[in-house]
Write a protein that binds this ligand. Structure first.
Ligand code: NAI
Length: 464
């Protein structure tokens, strides 16, 4: 069958690209071998957020006596919690499938491989031909020596999110985004959690300032999560049968006894099994495909987006690329966004969110900057919510006051970063943020307060 666009992979990159392609009148096919919605919807962003919300409720109930409200100790029905999380996922998956179908996108449930530059072969035996092929196959958890995912004691993030059990002791290998989010969830479900991070600092691969990381570490430690940095997990030894216990051996630390070991040491682009060699494409050492500013690979008519190409492995980055790529297909200038404009949100409690450059990076780049901060403890809304911990930080160019970056550590940081993302993308000034009337009492007043502080005209906190 001859169509206009074939998209391989129906994650946030692929399905958004498909919807936009069909919107602009292109005959579009979307091929997915697992589930429409991809990792983000089924084994990533969405189930984590459902479990994050549920376990935050446990924490709020346990600490409510501070407000004069007491509950009986909560009982957690793990299968029921897992079923609720699955219902959230299925609702969204149904919505996406409806959007695709209504838009006229032809969905194929099959593995797909490139057969030739303009031809895709499906495992079902069908062949799709199109002048444009978009590769959006995402990424998969990295397996490390000594911790095979085939070992029932070793979990990938998929296993952790399946929520079949709550281990008494969980060792998390990797103090990155996935490791910390799941450490937080399992700690609140009752596991004793130890995080083992190879580098001297957690979240070291992100552009976050020391103060932000230090604040997060304080909160996670206070919740009983043990954070071991500068320690390499090297393998697993089995304790004596019939116990399920394993011992994680380390370099730079003590052996760690555990019932389950979650490996979250990063993800690798899914570039294998795609038939790349048949069309003359080869991924780099990390498995990523090189593309130009229009997401074109080295082969005419073949494009790649999302986790398969360079940049942060984030759903919203993949979606933005998918939509922008579809626009280029009809000759619209690409919407265009720089790496700095892509916000990042980490769903630990407290949350961490950032956009633009950190204070450290701005200084390293030799930019003369203004920095302003505002504490959650000075926000009436935050105190009423019992969320006094954390702060807003804004970094701006001292010459023209343009907002270069924002970091937020605290409640709802993931939602609050939206306003900051608008400011960074649109090159807005500190004055634009500071002089915008913000509703009171609300959390976004914190960003306004940080901008006022940077300008030396803070009203609700002391100026330096
Ligand atoms: P990551 O790269 O964020 O963190 C992995 C960590 O594991 C690194 O700090 C690394 O130093 C450490 N490590 C590697 N080998 C080790 C060993 N042998 N022993 C101890 N530590 C070791 O990767 P992660 O957390 O797996 O996430 C993968 C991707 O998914 C990231 O790019 C992340 O941005 C994305 N993601 C984003 C989310 C969000 O935005 N909320 C949520 C989940 C994932």
């Amino acid at each position: 069958m001859k169509i206009d666009v074939v998209i391989i992979g129906a994650g946030p990159g692929g399905y958004a690209c498909a919807i936009r392609c069909s919107q602009v009148g292109l005959r579009t096919a979307l091929v997915e071998e697992k589930k429409v919605g991809g990792v983000c919807l089924h084994w990533g962003c969405i189930p984590t957020k459902a479990l994050y919300a549920a376990t935050k409720l446990l924490h709020q109930a346990a600490t409510a006596p501070e407000m004069g409200i007491s509950f009986a100790p909560p009982a957690v029905d793990i299968p029921a919690l897992a079923a609720w999380k699955d219902r959230v996922v299925e609702t969204l998956a149904g919505g996406i499938t409806t959007l695709l179908t209504k838009g006229g996108v032809a969905i194929y449930s099959s593995h797909a491989e490139l057969e030739a530059p303009r031809r895709v072969r499906l495992a079902t035996g069908e062949t799709l031909e199109a002048d444009r092929i978009v590769l959006a196959t995402g990424s998969a958890p990295i397996e490390i020596p000594g911790f095979p995912f085939s070992d029932p004691a070793v979990w990938s993030s998929d296993d952790a999110l399946a929520l079949h059990e709550v281990p008494r002791r969980l060792v998390v290998i990797g103090g990155g985004v996935i490791g910390l989010e799941l450490a937080n969830i399992y700690r609140r479900l009752g596991s004793g959690v130890t995080v083992v991070e190879l580098l001297p600092e957690i979240l070291a691969t992100l552009d976050l300032d020391r103060r932000t990381i230090a604040g997060l570490k304080r909160s996670l430690t206070a919740q009983g999560i043990r954070l071991l940095t500068g320690v390499k997990a090297t393998g697993i030894a089995r304790a004596k049968a019939p116990s399920d216990e394993v011992v994680v051996t380390t370099e730079g630390g003590e052996p760690l006894h555990a019932d389950r070991v979650l490996v979250a040491v990063g993800r690798r682009p899914n570039s294998g099994g795609l038939g790349l060699d048949r069309v003359g494409l080869s991924p780099d050492r990390r498995g990523a495909l090189a593309v130009d500013a229009g997401w074109r690979t080295a082969v005419d008519g073949i494009y790649a987006i999302g986790d398969l190409v360079a940049g942060p492995m984030l759903a919203h980055k993949a979606t933005a690329e998918g939509v922008a790529l579809a626009d280029t297909f009809i000759g619209e200038p690409p919407t265009g966004f720089s790496a700095e404009e892509i916000p990042q949100a980490i769903f630990t409690d407290p949350e961490v969110a950032s956009v633009g450059v950190s204070e450290k990076t701005a200084r390293e780049q030799g930019i003369d900057i203004l920095v302003g901060r505002f504490p959650y403890g000075a926000l009436g809304k935050a105190l009423g919510m019992r969320e006094p911990d954390g702060f807003f930080q804004v970094v701006a160019d001292a010459a023209d006051h343009r907002v270069l970056g924002v970091q937020i550590l605290g409640a709802e940081a993931s939602d609050l970063i939206g306003e900051a993302a608008i400011a960074v993308r649109n090159r807005m000034s500190l004055e634009s943020v500071a002089h915008t009337v913000h509703a009171h009492p609300t959390l976004p007043e914190g960003l306004q307060g940080a901008a006022e502080h940077a300008l030396g005209r803070a009203i609700h906190t002391a100026n330096r």
